[in-house]
Unconditional design. Sequence first.
Length: 485
Amino acid sequence: MKRIDALSIKSKIALGTLSQIASKVAVAVLSIFTLRYSTQYLGAEVYGQYSTVIAYVTIFTLLTDLGLTAISSREIARRPEEAEKIIGNSLAMRVILSVIISPLIAVGGWFLYAAKPGQVKMGIALMVLTLVFGSVQSVTSALFTARHRNDVPALLGVINKAAYLVCILAAGALGLGYYGFIYAAICTAFLSALLGAIWAAKHIRLRPMFHIDHWKYMMRTSIPLGIIQIINMLYYKIDSVMLSVMRSPKEVGLYMIAYGIIDVVMSVPSMFMTSLMPSLATADKETLRRLVNRAFDILAFFALPIAVGGMLLAHEIVLLISSNEFVGAAVPFAILMIGAAFSYLNSVFGFASVAVNKQSRLLKISIMTIILNVLINLVAIPHYGVAGAATATLITEIIACIGVYLVFRSQTGISVHFTLIWKMAVAALAMIPVKLAVDRLHLPFFAHFLTVGAGIAAVYFVTVALFRGIPTDLQPILQRLIPRK
């Protein structure tokens, strides 16, 4: 631990990014086993009820944060000598918010799902405990993020996912059914909070603090960001809640299967931009311009093949992680993967805006997109179900990406160069003929999946390299991967 703390900032950023990449790969693998076991053990109907609980509670997670985690990380980066004070006050504020809001969320769920099975309402009442534990875990993560130690939250994320898998396997072996999965989620949230607190206590004296002046400053600074985060969460998750109210639990299960994969995919831009957050917060305008453009190129480089590849392999991916009972999740998954590409690009401007304290100007964009999202869902869900909900998300992701970029550019005077993105787009489109060609071979399922995956990845990288579209920061890494003669 001390050796890592002694590294340079650049080395810490590299370590944090690489460790988070490794952790996301591990989490993705664990998620595949988790989703497959959950869907096969619970079945479509009960899994849909469990998914309803998760969707409802998750949408209120940010009410216990209100932007405090991101602002705490920024403030520690600017004033590292006050880390203990910032974390202590944030811890007290987060826990109090969680304790106050959790019962209200449980009561709201009881009324919203009055017509649904009783175990949905009881599941919500139990699951709100995860909000209290999650608030502790996220506060401690802010400390490590500010100190360029994202390897610690990355490791905790893997431990959390592994613990959850072990817990649901134990619940299944004991025949605990639906409630066993609820208890598993609560236990793993507690474990993550405990480990995060123990780790943070090695660096600072971790204890709640009640400095009212500091509370007032943090609330003034964080609430605009918190509102934006809540609105962004709403248009990212409100469709799941609306679907759970307007359609059957089985359809919610299908949608959450799609989202289960999307959540893993969507962790990449957040992980990458979180690692950059301290550098963005302390950068001058020219450095900020360079960082934003480089981040945009890197995320675009991954966003486009992920979107096209996910669309091409939607059917296979859904079958791989679940069963034929959930094959209806393929269409919403394909649509959501396209929306994920725009969310990748959007994250660059959103995080950069927070870093330079311009987040309050994004509020109008956020409000507009959530209203549009709700209106589209009200029309689309009754007629088109899960496909309509996914389409609503796609449309609002596109509008949000354009709007956030325009606001960021007007507030900072920083523009993004789109020189490389058209080359990446051509390379991504070149993946389509590969999929069509492999389909004609009629290979066994797993062989077909591996062949298509390897083929479209190879075509993308080769094509973008021929067009000289590989971002400068990635070129040394790829050169090391290619053996020299």
